[in-house]
Structure formats: structure tokens, C-alpha cells
Ligand binder design. Structure first.
Ligand code: GRF
Length: 210
């Protein structure tokens, strides 16, 4: 069986969506000892670990400790699911092609933080989420899948975030399954994924999760 390690920093609802989809996890690792998702993982019988970034003097030493912890679980795939740390190029290169992230915007728009507020402020009519391979450039790697939602006239940040989160919880398990199935090819910034059903009518989620 393929081994998946998930990195979280907070409540862990995307990690929980993987478990709910029946995807077994080898371990959940957090950079914050108080991350709510750790208890969810433990209750589900998943191994957990904490590598507290505050215990390390700089990014390089934190990333080295994090990599040592991850490698102890011999993962085939590492999933950043609400992991709120910027990673060094050394770290992202070590896991090139087997490190993915879920980001709450339609990349390449709105990299970084406060994506929902920024999408509303920019007057966007659609917004969404992206699962992508992680490269050294923050929120810029090859895109595996995206889902879009409308922005409604009376939306505020929290209403929009909730609408996007529903799609995150569908998209991430689908993307993880595709990565585990193999056959994904990265061509520059493009991801070619023969396992994804082609559903031209499903314009708001692409590719449509099987
Ligand atoms: C999600 O919106 C994810 O896209 C972003 O941080 C949030 C984490 O939520 N990177 P959760 O911890 O998975 O509930």
C-alpha cells in the first residue's frame, strides 16, 4: 500500500476529508503542538508527530528536522493540508514530484494569505481552490486540479471560505487518489493525468473527481 504523510498546522478538516474518503494515512505531522487536527488523527488511529518550528533557530534547521520526521514514515506522497509554513528549496527539491498542496484560490491568482478577502475585494465573480505540486516558489507549482465557486453579491470572507472549503474536501481526496494511481506526467507547468475522467460539462471542477 502507498504511504501518505499529511502536514497540518490547524484544524485539519482537509486531512479529515482524506480519512472520510477512506484514504489510509501513514502519519499526520504538525508544526504546532495545539493543532486541532492532531486529535482527529489520533482518534482515527493515525500516527501523529509534532515538529514545533519555534524550537528551531531558522527555516533550514526546521525543514531538516521536519524532513527527518517525514522520512521516518517512508512516504510515497506528502500532502500539505493547511500547513502554514514557507518551505526552503532544499525541502521542496527533496520531495519533488511527491509533495502536493491544497491552496484556497484559483492559482495563479491570489497566492499567499487572505485569499478569500482578496478575491472579494478584487471584484472576482468566481473563486475556488487548487491542488498543485509544490516547488520552491510559493503556491506556484504545476496544477493537478481546481474547483470553482461563485462569489455572490452579499458574500463576506467567512461565507466564501465555507463555500470553497466544501470543494476543497472533494478535490483533495480525488487529487491524492490520482497521485497514488501513478501515470501522472508533469510537463513544465502542465499536469497530464490519464486517470482523470474527462467531463467537458463539469466546467466548475476540472478534472471532475471520479
Ligand atoms: C484550507 O483552506 C487550505 O486550503 C488552506 O488552509 C486551510 C486549512 O484548513 N491552505 P484545514 O486545516 O484543512 O481545515
Amino acid at each position: 500500500m502507498k504511504r501518505i504523510v499529511v502536514l497540518i498546522s490547524g484544524r485539519g478538516s482537509n486531512m479529515q476529508a482524506l480519512l472520510a474518503a477512506g484514504i489510509p494515512l501513514a502519519a499526520v505531522i504538525s508544526n504546532r503542538p495545539d493543532a486541532g487536527g492532531l486529535a482527529i488523527a489520533r482518534d482515527a488511529g493515525v500516527a501523529t508527530a509534532v515538529v514545533d518550528h519555534r524550537q528551531y533557530p531558522d527555516r533550514a534547521s526546521f525543514d531538516a528536522a521536519l524532513a527527518a520526521c517525514i522520512d521516518g514514515f517512508t512516504p510515497d506522497l506528502v500532502v500539505l493540508a493547511g500547513f502554514m509554513r514557507i518551505l526552503t528549496a532544499e525541502f521542496t527539491n527533496r520531495y519533488a514530484g511527491r509533495l502536493i498542496n491544497i491552496h484556497p484560490s484559483l492559482l495563479p491568482a491570489f497566492t499567499g494569505l487572505d485569499t478569500h478577502r482578496r478575491a472579494i475585494d478584487a471584484g472576482c465573480r468566481v473563486h475556488g481552490c487548487t491542488v498543485h505540486f509544490v516547488t520552491a516558489e510559493l503556491d506556484h507549482g504545476p496544477i493537478i486540479a481546481q474547483a470553482a465557486v461563485p462569489i455572490l453579491d452579499d458574500d463576506d470572507e467567512s461565507r466564501l471560505a465555507a463555500r470553497v472549503l466544501v470543494q476543497e474536501h472533494r478535490l483533495l481526496p480525488a487529487a491524492v487518489r490520482w497521485c497514488l494511481a501513478g501515470g501522472i506526467e508533469i510537463r513544465g507547468m502542465r499536469v497530464v493525468n490519464p486517470a482523470a475522467a474527462s467531463a467537458p460539462d463539469a466546467a466548475l471542477r476540472s478534472p471532475e473527481p471520479a
